[in-house]
Design a protein around this ligand. Structure first.
Ligand code: HEC
Length: 321
């Protein structure tokens, strides 16, 4: 093969083998680490994706449970005194707060938000980045129609890398607008609530049907998932390098013992024979190609001895051994 010709000719066999193996080794390491690292990054992103999907769907289920089962029960009482417990998104925030506080070790850094351009509760005010996401989701919504509309990506928040997954918030039921159109039109109990300065004046009104007015957004810490991916990468790379290093070491050792040293011995004997020393012998140590080479040399030496004897006899017929 042409590629073998690239190895310098004056290298001995061990050097040639080491050069060849190191080339394969480095090429192999570079290609496989790029492929493997990308697989690990893909897996890490899948992991973040799965976690955020599960959590957003769980929060949606809490919202639905509250809307279908809690809100109707509290409707009457809410007319007298406004009960936040009857508001689905209040329940969602409450449940998520319990999750992050009760399971601090695992979920302490997770965040969920109903991020709104014009929120009722100031806590839900979208940040500049979130407003961009809401705008993006509205654009996608116009194009995608019925398709599931999601935006995902990464943010650095307080020096920590977070994966976010955002879904659009759209008002699809006109019953929602009772409380989200204007203060004057909203239930009396809610008006009193506003008068107690619980929310910013006139915040959370003017929402329109079938328009994207916010996003359900979840933030999952990414550092740990990537740390695990990096650790796995280093571990596998380490094992890979160790296996290759051992292979090169054993292959060169084998080459030395079974090829280089026997060949050196044959060379030494051949040199001695060429200088006229016929007492030395080509010893056969194995039944392989090198063994056969030793046999061939032995036959050659025997033939040489016979020819030499004949020559000597010819020159001096009286010479007897
Ligand atoms: C009885 C009045 C009322 C009705 C009806 C109502 N909401 Fe609200 N909504 C509120 C209040 C009050 C809040 C603020 C809750 C809080 O402090 O967390 C709120 C908050 C929200 C939020 C969180 C963002 C924000 O503005 O703080 C969303 C999203 C939301 N509502 C959507 C809906 C949807 C969708 C419906 C219809 C299914 C609906 N609302 C029906 C009163 C209402």
């Amino acid at each position: 093969m042409k590629i073998f010709a690239l190895i310098p000719r004056n290298f001995n066999l061990s050097k040639k083998l080491i050069t060849l193996m190191l080339t394969i080794f480095f090429g192999g390491i570079i290609v496989s680490s790029v492929v493997y690292y990308n697989i690990l990054l893909g897996n890490a992103k899948n992991e973040l994706n799965t976690q955020s999907n599960v959590l957003i769907s769980t929060m949606d289920s809490v919202r639905k449970y509250n809307l279908d089962h809690v809100k109707p029960l509290l409707e009457k009482q809410s007319e007298e005194k406004f009960l936040l417990e009857s508001i689905p998104s209040y329940a969602v925030r409450g449940v998520f707060d319990i999750l992050t506080n009760s399971y601090k070790d695992k979920y302490g850094k997770y965040r969920y938000k109903d991020a709104m351009i014009n929120p009722t509760n100031p806590k839900d005010k979208a940040t500049d980045e979130e407003i961009k996401i809401i705008y993006k989701l509205s654009q996608q919504d116009k194009l995608a129609g019925q398709n599931q509309n999601i935006d995902q990506g990464f943010f650095m928040i307080n020096g920590e890398k977070k994966f976010y997954s955002a879904r659009p918030l759209k008002i699809t039921q006109s019953s929602c607008l009772i409380c989200h159109t204007s203060l004057n039109n909203s239930p009396k109990s809610l008006q009193i609530y506003y008068e107690q300065n619980k929310y910013g004046a006139n915040q959370g009104f003017g929402w329109e049907l079938n328009k994207i007015i916010g996003t359900k957004i979840i933030y999952v810490p990414a550092d740990n998932v990537y740390k695990i991916a990096n650790e796995n990468f280093i571990l596998i790379l380490g094992i890979f390098i160790a296996i290759f290093a051992l292979t090169i070491f054993l292959a060169t050792l084998w080459l030395k013992q079974y090829v280089v040293q026997p060949l050196n011995r044959i060379t030494q004997v051949a040199e001695a024979v060429s200088l006229g020393d016929m007492d030395v012998e080509f010893k056969k140590h194995s039944n392989d190609e090198i063994g056969r080479l030793a046999d061939a040399f032995t036959r050659m030496k025997t033939s040489l001895e016979i020819i030499l004897k004949r020559l000597v006899k010819k020159r001096d017929p009286n010479h007897d051994e």
